[in-house]
Write a protein that binds this ligand. Structure first.
Ligand code: GLN
Length: 548
């Protein structure tokens, strides 16, 4: 580690999962930035997958893709949205990654005959990852996935305990996020689960420095003192984390409760420097003053777990912020739209814009194609993302170019693979090749790639640029053989890879707003820097709502 004065904040969770540790970490990162410090946020995930790329979105929610092509946990999306610091491959570590590394070293003979054990070999490898790729950041925030007490997280807890010991109090801080359940019949917030969870941590050698207590109701001072007494802390170190109506109000709310101040006190940091929360106050103001509402229909397969569309939901909201309107999302399960005889007006009559997001596999695809046809024929703004773009090409080919067999080879052998397996593509470092037999994990076209925009196209007027860079995650690609046929019938490929081989963006100039993109623009949108495509799409949807 080159930077020897960097400070580490380790964030653990207790009592239950889904406490919003990711958001808490992201908000703390934002607050430290607002105090003028540079931050990097990391997630240590105890599961055995090497990365979440192969996990079902139904189980694990969205897979967040970084510029450098890593498939990571969705919390990295929160980190990037709140701090604007681009997440990197090195910011998400899993047990699978650690063990692969340790076992590869053992096979190479690097351990010189030693017996390989969890302590010290696995914990050393975890520490190595935590300390790697650190430049001039002031703070590294490391969130440990799962809940304290899980078997899987033990090596991670042990590794951070060791780091606390090695680097000392001046360089490490342990923040524990817990829950204070409210028991209606007793009319009280209960502190016992928090006491037990802290005891569990102490049993593993970690004394938390700060507690962030999630609660529906304000914590009375007497309860704070009780928690402090039982958990070996000062009452000021017990911080209230009240539920918030918008995630973007969380940084301000945690600041009011003294989270960043207590962190600074822990590290003996001068508190006289003023904090600049203008970015967050501005967002709060826009949210409170928003005028009007836009209804956006999202037609997808994973609508039973909306975490599968985390970044998309946020990007749509950012588009709303930029247009000063509230966005209401209506989830439409694509499988419910499969029947060709359905009258889609029943699904979409009050919808002002339709999004078909990324997806995998044949199930529900005909429903997506039907929704796209409806949007195209009824002049409803349409935004197709990755799989959504591929389905838009198939819809247009079948219904406008009369290519009735048009399909994707993702769905099996087809007579007309308009969307086919991507077998080779150019990267900055050379040619990547794939075939049907390639592994599924980590082998898609992943991460940031440049895309050239066609002069005078609609997308170039939205981006106001000639070359853009966006993040990808796909195995299939639109066949470039038919580009001129599509053009003749009014569908333009207005964004191409720099070598002209891969269609990256499509648009239908005659339609009020019909755009499909092979990449995932939602991954780069931020509340304080909304993505231009989402701003423009919400703007078009707003115009559409005024026509109704
Ligand atoms: N399943 C499609 C592919 O692999 C689209 C992927 C996506 O939407 N991210 O190309």
């Amino acid at each position: 580690m080159k930077n020897t004065s960097v400070k580490f904040i380790f964030i653990t969770g207790g009592v239950v999962s889904s406490l919003g540790k990711g958001l808490a970490s992201a908000s703390l990162g934002a607050l430290l930035q607002a105090r003028g410090y540079s931050v990097k946020l990391r997630k240590l995930d105890p599961y055995l997958n090497v990365d979440p790329g192969t996990m079902s979105p139904y189980q694990h929610g969205e897979c967040y893709v970084t510029d450098d092509g890593a498939e990571t946990d969705l919390d990295l999306g929160h980190y990037e949205r709140f701090t604007g610091v681009p997440a990197k491959k090195s910011d998400n570590i899993t047990t699978g990654k650690i063990y692969s590394n340790v076992i590869a070293k053992e096979r190479r003979g690097d351990y010189l005959g030693a017996t390989i054990q969890v302590i010290p070999h696995v914990t050393d490898s975890i520490k190595e990852y935590i300390l790697s790729d650190i430049n001039d950041e002031d703070f590294i925030l490391c969130e440990i996935g799962g809940t304290v007490g899980d078997i899987e997280s033990l090596p991670f807890i042990e590794a951070i305990r060791q780091l606390g010991n090695e680097l000392g109090l001046s360089q490490t801080c342990f923040l524990h996020v817990t829950l204070l359940p409210y028991i209606k019949t007793a009319g009280e917030l209960k502190t016992k689960p928090t006491q037990h969870s802290v005891k569990e941590l102490q049993g593993m050698g970690i004394q938390p420095d700060l507690l962030l207590c999630r609660t529906e109701d304000s914590i009375p001072n007497e309860q704070k003192s009780k928690i402090a007494l039982f958990c070996n802390l000062k009452p000021e170190s017990v911080i209230e984390a009240l539920d918030s109506s918008s995630i973007y109000e969380v940084p301000i709310s945690y600041h009011k409760q003294g989270l960043d101040e207590e962190i600074c006190k822990h590290f003996n940091i001068d508190l006289s420097k003023k904090i600049d929360l203008s970015r967050w106050n501005k967002i709060k103001e826009i949210q409170r003053s928003s005028d009007g509402n836009v209804n956006i229909g999202i037609v997808g397969k994973y609508t039973s777990l909306i975490d599968a569309y985390k970044s998309l939901i946020e990007a749509v909201n950012h588009g709303g912020l930029d247009n000063n309107v509230k966005v209401t999302i209506k989830w439409v399960n694509s499988e419910s739209l499969e029947d060709q005889n359905l009258n889609l007006i029943n699904f979409f009559k009050d919808i002002n814009g339709i999004i078909v997001p990324g997806g995998f596999g044949e199930r529900g695809s005909e429903g997506k194609i039907n929704a796209i046809k409806y949007a195209r024929l009824n002049n409803i703004p349409f935004f197709g993302i990755c799989f959504g773009m591929q389905m838009a090409v198939i819809e247009f080919a079948r219904n406008v170019l009369n290519m009735k067999d048009a399909s994707s080879s993702e769905f099996g052998t087809t007579k007309l693979p308009l969307v086919g397996l991507l077998t080779e593509w150019q990267t900055k470092t050379g040619l990547e090749k794939r075939d049907k037999e390639s592994d599924l994990g980590g082998t898609m076209r992943l991460g940031a790639y440049d895309c050239k925009l066609l002069d005078n196209s609609f997308v170039s007027s939205i981006y106001k640029k000639k070359i853009i860079s966006e993040r990808h995650r796909h195995r299939y690609e639109v066949n470039n053989k038919y580009i001129s046929d599509f053009k003749k019938y009014g569908l333009l490929f207005s964004g191409m890879s720099p070598d002209n081989s891969l269609p990256e963006i499509l648009e239908v100039p005659k339609h009020p707003w019909f755009i499909g993109v092979q990449f995932h623009p939602e991954l780069k949108s931020k509340p304080f820097d909304p993505h231009p495509l989402f701003s423009s799409f919400i703007n078009a949807s707003l115009k559409q709502s005024r026509l109704l």
